[in-house]
Design a binder for this molecule. Structure first.
Ligand code: P6P
Length: 349
């Protein structure tokens, strides 16, 4: 029998067990370790991440019971500000974040894909000066078919007074995010986050009700022959993107993976490398994905893992939104693969 690494203890039946210390590294503890501080802002950030974890647990629990309960799946019959048909899970997940952060005392405003305007929590505003931006359920089309889904989150410090409720301070580039990440509802529920000190993943242990540290300081591979794009949009793309797709089609070794839930595809790329694209189209040059609560948080995280994220013409984190629900094209993943796509766009291959 191979000797288990020192950090692992062997259980009675010889199966390697994880060290107890690791099982005690909860998300809130990890944030404080990252910041090497117990000061007020560190405590705030730890509490905020703990709230994100609670939201993830509640959504994960609902999804895992969806097939056993009435009224969880299917459409509400409404259309959201994005013009998309709303799923019952979208509404539930959106309400979960509102309820969880109302109790946090820390978040004054929430901006969501599902809400035209930010949601204000006036009782928190004098105290908590944070704003949560989130996509409560990313990949809604996977909700009713039991495939992976995600939630995407971004935390910003509220700057100045938001007198008219126009959230003007939100219309700033993504470099002022203080935390970002996603929750992946897959065979297991994982939470992957950054506070600007690397990327770290946690796995929900339902028996403990805790997210337990899985991997620290994740680094994306420099290159991988995986590309992730909805090729059904091929004829709507600019010629340069079509040329890139023709290149990967004729170059041996490339493989396509596309799940319909960006969080799932980007989690794969974070671990195995490659590139995810959601380009603009002739009818929608800015594409489908939203900057403040989709492309910017994922760009922050992927850059922290050594990857890149661009619109094709500028880094995602440098884009200054003109409106809350602004969209951007997205090319994100391993640096060499993002550069390859850019070379087609910029040199008109
Ligand atoms: P399409 C889900 O609605 C989402 O925002 C991403 O999670 C996903 O990658 C993309 O849209 C899917 O869009 O047009 O390929 O169905």
């Amino acid at each position: 029998m191979t000797q288990a690494p020192e950090s692992l203890n062997l259980s009675m039946n010889g199966v390697p067990e994880r060290s107890l210390d690791r099982d005690c590294t909860t998300l809130s503890r990890h944030v404080l370790q990252q910041l090497q501080s117990f000061g007020p802002q560190a405590q705030d950030l730890s509490a905020l991440m703990n709230r994100i974890a609670l939201a993830g647990k509640l959504i994960s629990r609902r999804l895992s019971h969806a097939g056993l309960m009435e009224g969880v799946l299917g459409f509400t019959g409404e259309v959201n500000v994005q013009g998309e048909s709303v799923k019952k899970m979208d509404v539930y997940a959106n309400d979960v974040f509102i309820s969880v952060f109302k109790q946090s005392g820390l978040v004054c405003r929430l901006a969501s894909e599902e809400m035209e305007k930010p949601y204000y929590i006036p009782e928190n505003c004098p105290i908590g000066r944070y704003t949560l931006l989130y996509d409560p359920i990313d990949g809604s089309s996977n909700t009713d078919i039991n495939l992976s889904l995600g939630s995407i989150f971004s935390i910003r410090q509220q700057e100045g007074e938001d007198l008219n409720g126009e959230a003007k301070d939100l219309l700033a580039n993504g470099r002022n995010q203080i935390a970002a990440g996603y929750i992946l509802y897959g065979p297991s529920t994982m939470l992957v986050y950054t506070i600007g000190k690397g990327v770290h993943s946690f796995t929900l242990d339902p028996s403990l009700g805790e997210f337990i540290l899985t991997e620290e300081n994740m680094r994306i591979p420099q290159h991988s022959p995986i590309y992730s794009v909805n090729e059904g949009n091929f004829w709507q793309w600019d010629e340069s993107i079509r040329e890139y797709i023709r290149y990967v089609h004729r170059t041996e070794g490339y493989t396509s993976r596309y799940s319909g839930a960006m969080v799932s595809d980007i989690h794969r790329i974070l671990i195995q490398g490659g590139v995810f694209l959601y380009p603009g189209t002739l009818s929608k040059p800015d594409g489908k994905l939203r900057l403040l609560y989709e492309t910017a948080p994922l760009a922050f995280l992927i850059e922290q893992a050594g990857g890149r994220a661009t619109t094709g013409h500028m880094e995602i984190l440098d884009v200054v939104p003109k409106k809350l629900h602004q969209r951007t094209p997205l090319i994100i993943g391993s640096p060499k693969d993002v550069a390859k796509v850019e070379s087609f766009i910029q040199n008109g291959h």
